[in-house]
Design a protein around this ligand. Structure first.
Ligand SMILES: [Zn+2]
Length: 241
């Protein structure tokens, strides 16, 4: 009898261990959770110039159903903790002309809302995403997690809060297009990811769902290509008007 109870208890423990992670994972993959999609932050203790660099990865998740609402206040922005001390040069994979065009338009959109000199002309080249190599790479690739639209990793100095590199990856899990209701919109996502490079974080409250830095997107979401007032307020907090 006592042995039977131990067996029963053991079976319950095994069931709990198996079921709970599956349930948590399925909630996250549907994008319904507002608390599981924060950027992952870790510190890289490198050598030489890389000592004390912090690497922050913002992950942009898909959400199946959402409706953009007007951004009512200027408080729908969040600073990530860094800024740049000089203009940024993106190096874009030359195999993707649409990506080159989208990054070019998106840098113009951010740049025209401040007098600061934010960007140099884009360059073309093939460099890996998420690797500290002094290149701000932009490309397509297959990110390992399902339901991810794009990811941006940015390195900055803990001491000076100055960014030194930012890599953007557009996930090949999705069909990409331009103002196509059945595709992820390249322009929409490019403008959002560049906001991370510049030093703005994601917002997850639904009252901020119309701003470019809202943390979710979906097929047919085009309105984030152009900045809203709160995005501009955040930009100007960092770089001035
Ligand atoms: Zn984001």
């Amino acid at each position: 009898m006592r042995f039977g109870k131990i067996i029963l208890f053991g079976m319950i423990v095994v069931l709990m261990v198996c079921i709970i992670p599956v349930a948590a994972d399925s909630i996250k993959s549907e994008g319904n959770s507002d608390n599981g999609n924060k950027p992952t932050i870790f510190i890289e203790y490198g050598t030489g110039k890389d000592v004390g660099l912090v690497k922050v990865t913002h992950i942009h998740y898909a959400k199946s159903v959402d409706k953009g609402k007007p951004a009512k206040t200027t408080t729908c922005y969040k600073l990530a903790g860094w800024k740049w001390s000089g203009p940024i040069t993106y190096t874009i994979n030359p195999n993707y002309p649409a990506l080159i065009d989208a990054i070019s338009l998106a840098t113009t959109e951010w740049g025209q809302n401040t007098h600061a000199d934010l960007f140099n002309d884009n360059e073309q080249g093939t460099y890996p995403w998420g690797v500290r190599d002094y290149k701000n790479s932009v490309s397509y690739g297959d990110y390992s997690t399902d339901g991810v639209i794009a990811v941006t990793s940015t390195w900055y100095s803990r001491a000076t809060k100055t960014a030194v590199e930012s890599d953007i990856l557009f996930d090949t899990d999705f069909k990409w297009g331009t103002e196509d209701p059945l595709s992820m919109d390249i322009q929409n996502i490019a403008t959002h990811e560049i906001g991370h490079t510049l030093g703005l974080s994601d917002l997850y409250t639904s009252s901020c769902s119309a701003v470019t830095m809202y943390g979710y997107s979906w097929e047919g979401d085009f309105e984030k290509s152009s900045l809203e007032l709160p995005d501009i307020t955040g930009l100007q907090k960092l770089y001035g008007a």
